[in-house]
Design a protein. Structure first.
Length: 213
């Protein structure tokens, strides 16, 4: 079964995906995640569309996308941690990370802490600078790793699921989700918090009942 022509902006990636396959997914996602301007998110969606047409394996696309995102952000973290702010300001312009853009992202990151690592992947600009800023601000690596893994899983899960099932409607869906992605993510976070709170309360009630018994 062959894939239909990729819709909209995804069409430009068809030759790359046809030639390199999974390597294109891993490579572009990885380099985008430590600041190189590359269509990592777009290639992930395009690969999921191909998987929906039977030309790639959706599990392989998701796993490769997740690992590449995780490794890419950790490379960014290492760059930020070892080189610090002077390195970013000196060379950031070559990957379109201007001082103004970096200051804005750093300020947002500093104000909101670890939760930004999770949602950063859904925000253009912050996605590419996420690991670097975490390193510059000397966020604890294990904390960064945990939040980053959660964000990568949510991001890859969202776009592979959408691409796999959306078919030729992907351009419209992509535009709308990008517009409202932060709201969707906040709603999902609130739902998860509610479910966790409910589970904790149930566990406490059962424990209290057992102690009384």
């Amino acid at each position: 079964m062959s894939a239909s022509p990729l819709p909209g902006v995804l069409g430009g990636l068809a030759p790359v995906l046809n030639h390199w396959g999974y390597w294109a997914v891993g490579g572009l996602v990885l380099v985008e995640d430590f600041g190189v301007p590359a269509p990592g998110e777009t290639i992930l969606i395009a690969a999921a569309l191909y998987a929906g047409a039977g030309q790639l394996n959706i599990v392989a696309v998701a796993v490769i996308g997740f690992l590449a995102a995780l490794i890419g952000d950790n490379i960014g973290y290492l760059i930020g941690r070892t080189g610090g702010r002077p390195l970013v300001l000196r060379y950031g312009k070559y990957v379109f990370l201007t001082p103004e853009r970096f200051d804005k992202a750093e300020g947002f990151f500093t104000r909101h802490g670890g939760k930004v690592v999770t949602i950063a992947r859904f925000i253009e600009g912050l996605r590419q600078a996420n690991g670097i800023i975490a390193g510059v601000t000397r966020m604890h690596w294990r904390r960064f790793l945990a939040f980053n893994a959660l964000g990568a899983a949510l991001w890859v899960g969202l776009w592979t699921a959408v691409g796999y099932t959306a078919g030729n409607h992907i351009t419209t869906i992509y535009t709308q989700i990008n517009r409202y992605s932060l709201y969707f993510l906040l709603a999902a976070a609130l739902l998860a918090a509610a479910l966790i709170t409910r589970a904790i309360l149930r566990h406490r009630r059962r424990r209290s009942a057992a102690d009384e018994g």
